[in-house]
Ligand binder design. Sequence first.
Ligand code: ZN
Length: 180
Amino acid sequence: MAGVDCPLCKSNPEAVDHLFLLCPWSWELWTSCKQWWEVSSCTSKSISEWLHSWNGLCPSLNRKRVWNTLFFAIVWTIWEAHNNEVFKDKAANLSVSLDSVKFRVTWWFKNFSSGSDVAVTLLMLDLKERCIDKTTVKVPSSIVWSPPVDEDLLFNVDGSTRGSPGMAGVGGVLRDSREF
Ligand SMILES: [Zn+2]
Protein backbone atom coordinates (compact mmCIF):
# COMPACT_ATOMS: atom_id res chain seq x y z
CA MET A 1 0.00 0.00 0.00
CA ALA A 2 1.37 3.39 -0.96
CA GLY A 3 2.07 5.78 1.92
CA VAL A 4 0.47 9.16 2.27
CA ASP A 5 2.33 11.98 0.56
CA CYS A 6 3.75 14.83 2.62
CA PRO A 7 1.15 17.62 2.36
CA LEU A 8 3.84 20.30 2.26
CA CYS A 9 5.94 19.16 -0.71
CA LYS A 10 3.49 16.54 -2.08
CA SER A 11 6.36 14.52 -3.47
CA ASN A 12 7.67 12.40 -0.61
CA PRO A 13 6.09 9.90 1.74
CA GLU A 14 4.99 11.49 4.98
CA ALA A 15 7.27 10.53 7.86
CA VAL A 16 8.40 12.31 11.01
CA ASP A 17 11.96 13.08 9.90
CA HIS A 18 10.78 14.12 6.48
CA LEU A 19 7.96 16.37 7.67
CA PHE A 20 9.87 18.21 10.38
CA LEU A 21 13.30 18.40 8.81
CA LEU A 22 14.00 16.88 5.40
CA CYS A 23 10.99 18.22 3.51
CA PRO A 24 12.20 21.03 1.20
CA TRP A 25 9.40 23.29 2.54
CA SER A 26 10.30 22.63 6.18
CA TRP A 27 14.01 22.96 5.50
CA GLU A 28 13.38 26.32 3.86
CA LEU A 29 11.70 27.44 7.10
CA TRP A 30 14.65 26.20 9.20
CA THR A 31 17.05 27.98 6.84
CA SER A 32 15.08 31.25 6.99
CA CYS A 33 15.07 31.11 10.78
CA LYS A 34 18.80 30.44 10.86
CA GLN A 35 19.33 33.39 8.54
CA TRP A 36 17.24 35.50 10.92
CA TRP A 37 19.81 34.62 13.60
CA GLU A 38 22.73 34.81 11.18
CA VAL A 39 23.64 31.21 11.83
CA SER A 40 25.38 29.38 9.02
CA SER A 41 23.83 26.32 7.51
CA CYS A 42 24.16 22.91 9.00
CA THR A 43 22.02 19.84 8.50
CA SER A 44 21.08 16.52 9.99
CA LYS A 45 19.43 13.27 8.99
CA SER A 46 16.87 13.04 11.76
CA ILE A 47 14.90 15.45 13.88
CA SER A 48 16.24 13.93 17.13
CA GLU A 49 19.84 14.33 15.91
CA TRP A 50 18.94 17.87 14.81
CA LEU A 51 17.62 18.69 18.27
CA HIS A 52 20.94 17.59 19.77
CA SER A 53 23.03 19.62 17.35
CA TRP A 54 20.76 22.68 17.69
CA ASN A 55 22.30 23.62 21.02
CA GLY A 56 25.75 23.80 19.44
CA LEU A 57 24.49 26.22 16.79
CA CYS A 58 23.41 28.78 19.37
CA PRO A 59 24.85 32.10 18.17
CA SER A 60 25.68 33.36 21.64
CA LEU A 61 26.11 31.76 25.03
CA ASN A 62 23.78 34.15 26.83
CA ARG A 63 20.88 33.56 24.45
CA LYS A 64 20.42 29.83 24.99
CA ARG A 65 16.89 30.00 26.33
CA VAL A 66 15.46 31.88 23.38
CA TRP A 67 17.47 29.71 20.98
CA ASN A 68 15.96 26.54 22.44
CA THR A 69 12.52 28.12 22.26
CA LEU A 70 13.11 28.85 18.58
CA PHE A 71 13.58 25.13 17.88
CA PHE A 72 10.19 24.24 19.28
CA ALA A 73 8.49 27.26 17.73
CA ILE A 74 9.67 26.04 14.30
CA VAL A 75 8.50 22.47 14.94
CA TRP A 76 5.13 23.76 16.14
CA THR A 77 4.78 26.00 13.10
CA ILE A 78 5.60 23.16 10.67
CA TRP A 79 2.96 21.02 12.36
CA GLU A 80 0.48 23.90 12.07
CA ALA A 81 1.24 24.29 8.34
CA HIS A 82 0.80 20.52 7.92
CA ASN A 83 -2.58 20.58 9.69
CA ASN A 84 -3.77 23.60 7.73
CA GLU A 85 -3.06 21.71 4.51
CA VAL A 86 -4.64 18.47 5.67
CA PHE A 87 -7.68 19.70 7.57
CA LYS A 88 -8.39 23.16 6.20
CA ASP A 89 -7.10 22.79 2.65
CA LYS A 90 -5.06 25.92 3.26
CA ALA A 91 -1.81 26.09 1.29
CA ALA A 92 1.36 26.38 3.38
CA ASN A 93 2.92 29.79 3.00
CA LEU A 94 6.55 30.10 3.95
CA SER A 95 6.50 33.82 4.63
CA VAL A 96 3.42 33.52 6.89
CA SER A 97 5.02 30.62 8.76
CA LEU A 98 8.26 32.52 9.22
CA ASP A 99 6.30 35.41 10.74
CA SER A 100 4.48 32.93 12.99
CA VAL A 101 7.78 31.57 14.26
CA LYS A 102 9.03 35.09 14.99
CA PHE A 103 5.80 36.03 16.75
CA ARG A 104 5.82 32.88 18.85
CA VAL A 105 9.39 33.30 20.00
CA THR A 106 8.85 36.99 20.69
CA TRP A 107 5.65 36.35 22.66
CA TRP A 108 7.46 33.72 24.67
CA PHE A 109 10.25 36.19 25.42
CA LYS A 110 7.76 38.92 26.33
CA ASN A 111 5.96 36.66 28.80
CA PHE A 112 8.91 34.94 30.40
CA SER A 113 11.62 37.51 30.34
CA SER A 114 12.41 41.11 31.00
CA GLY A 115 10.93 42.47 27.80
CA SER A 116 7.40 42.61 29.15
CA ASP A 117 6.98 46.38 28.93
CA VAL A 118 7.80 46.54 25.24
CA ALA A 119 5.20 45.87 22.51
CA VAL A 120 5.67 42.58 20.64
CA THR A 121 5.89 44.38 17.29
CA LEU A 122 8.79 46.45 18.61
CA LEU A 123 10.45 43.52 20.33
CA MET A 124 10.38 41.51 17.11
CA LEU A 125 12.52 44.13 15.41
CA ASP A 126 15.51 43.66 17.66
CA LEU A 127 14.78 40.45 19.55
CA LYS A 128 18.31 39.21 19.00
CA GLU A 129 19.76 42.18 20.84
CA ARG A 130 17.23 42.07 23.67
CA CYS A 131 16.88 38.36 24.37
CA ILE A 132 19.79 37.97 26.76
CA ASP A 133 19.20 35.23 29.33
CA LYS A 134 18.53 36.55 32.77
CA THR A 135 20.97 35.22 35.29
CA THR A 136 19.33 33.97 38.41
CA VAL A 137 20.34 36.16 41.29
CA LYS A 138 19.55 34.71 44.67
CA VAL A 139 18.34 37.36 47.05
CA PRO A 140 18.88 36.22 50.63
CA SER A 141 15.70 36.50 52.60
CA SER A 142 16.11 38.79 55.56
CA ILE A 143 15.34 37.25 58.91
CA VAL A 144 13.79 39.50 61.48
CA TRP A 145 13.33 38.23 64.99
CA SER A 146 10.59 39.66 67.16
CA PRO A 147 10.38 38.76 70.83
CA PRO A 148 7.24 37.03 72.09
CA VAL A 149 4.71 39.16 73.97
CA ASP A 150 3.98 39.15 77.69
CA GLU A 151 4.28 35.75 79.32
CA ASP A 152 4.79 33.82 76.05
CA LEU A 153 7.94 31.90 75.28
CA LEU A 154 9.42 31.47 71.81
CA PHE A 155 11.50 28.41 70.96
CA ASN A 156 13.48 28.60 67.68
CA VAL A 157 14.89 25.24 66.64
CA ASP A 158 17.07 24.15 63.73
CA GLY A 159 18.92 21.00 62.85
CA SER A 160 21.20 19.60 60.18
CA THR A 161 22.79 16.31 59.15
CA ARG A 162 25.98 15.37 57.35
CA GLY A 163 25.01 12.54 55.02
CA SER A 164 21.88 10.48 55.18
CA PRO A 165 22.11 8.76 57.57
CA GLY A 166 25.03 10.60 59.13
CA MET A 167 26.08 12.79 62.00
CA ALA A 168 23.26 15.04 63.05
CA GLY A 169 22.90 18.01 65.30
CA VAL A 170 20.00 19.99 66.60
CA GLY A 171 19.84 23.17 68.65
CA GLY A 172 17.43 25.79 69.80
CA VAL A 173 17.00 29.08 71.56
CA LEU A 174 14.25 29.60 74.10
CA ARG A 175 13.34 33.25 74.60
CA ASP A 176 10.89 35.22 76.66
CA SER A 177 9.67 38.74 76.00
CA ARG A 178 12.85 40.42 77.24
CA GLU A 179 15.14 41.80 74.52
CA PHE A 180 18.81 41.40 75.38
ZN1 ZN B 1 7.56 17.18 2.25
